[in-house]
Design a protein around this ligand. Structure first.
Ligand SMILES: Nc1ncnc2c1ncn2[C@@H]1O[C@H](COP(=O)(O)OP(=O)(O)OP(=O)(O)O)[C@@H](O)[C@H]1O
Length: 253
């Protein structure tokens, strides 16, 4: 497994940076959460880190290799990005859509083979969608669509997985189930997330973006302090420990 190094990265649009000088490392097999207010640039940064859009400055290294120097197929064999608002083509069934995650790995004659079918079925089972495998994607609820896209991400089979707001649209059971599946997968995870309590209780590292820069990165309870949360989100929050786990309660504006 490989580590991901984000080295002095700037990301933005039309050559205008929204974020500059972002540096942190995601160690192999660990989970990092990216947090910040709406419009802070989390999705923009994640796309730049995944190599989907250019970094305006700096470098993203996966196993020491620049992701921006990789060809798309080579990159897709090593890094998965599940975006925030993807709408799968409505006329594909759920299992056909999930099978798209396999394309970077396959020769044309391997498509639909027994091994491939099993990988797709396993990914659907992981997100609890086996019973909807043959349903067209346009007949899914918001949360089911989200889980189907996550299954496509799992089926891609890379050690490094980047997820843009993976818990959005998921009910509380499926939020916790997803975080458990991610942890038990042993994969290296970088995810944007709005729920600070999920970030503090389930991730190894939190990176806070604020006013065009990285405010802090590190252990969740060291980074999501009352002061930092007030500074970034303009709310009052308190950390507390319940049954050995740290949680954050946001109690007022
Ligand atoms: N294609 C684009 N061209 C120019 N600006 C854009 C484009 N897409 C998004 N933006 C702007 O870039 C900023 C950062 O957007 P981004 O989606 O990265 O934020 P975010 O932190 O992920 O927000 P959210 O929490 O609302 O999902 C926003 O101000 C947004 O309006």
């Amino acid at each position: 497994m490989s580590r991901l190094d984000i080295c002095s990265v700037a990301a933005g649009f039309n050559k205008i940076p929204l974020l500059t000088n972002v540096s942190f490392t995601v160690e192999p097999g660990t989970m990092t959460a990216l947090v910040g207010v709406n419009g802070a640039g989390k999705s923009t940064l994640l796309r730049a880190i995944a190599g989907i859009s250019p970094a305006l400055a700096g470098q993203v290294l996966y196993d020491g290799v620049s992701v921006h120097s990789m060809r798309p197929r080579q990159r897709a064999r090593q890094l998965t990005l599940v975006g925030q608002e993807e709408s799968p083509p409505g006329d594909l069934t759920v299992s056909e859509m999930v099978a798209l995650g396999r394309l970077p790995h396959l020769k044309s004659w391997e498509i639909g083979g027994k091994r491939e079918q099993k990988i797709v079925a396993d990914a659907l089972a992981l997100v609890g969608l086996s019973d909807l495998a043959e349903r067209p994607c346009d007949q899914l609820s918001g949360g089911q669509r989200r889980r189907a896209l996550l299954a496509r991400g799992f089926a891609q089979g890379t050690d490094m997985v980047m997820l843009d707001e993976p818990t959005n649209h998921l009910d509380v059971h499926h939020q916790l189930h997803l975080l458990k599946v991610l942890r038990e997968s042993g994969r290296t995870i970088l995810a944007t997330i709005h729920d600070l309590d999920l970030a503090v209780a389930h991730f190894d590292q939190v990176v806070v973006l604020h006013e065009g820069a990285m405010l802090a990165a590190g252990n969740p309870s060291d980074v999501l302090t009352s002061d930092n949360v007030r500074k970034v989100f303009d709310v009052e929050a308190h950390l507390l420990t319940v049954a050995g786990k740290t949680h954050i309660i946001v109690d007022s504006l």
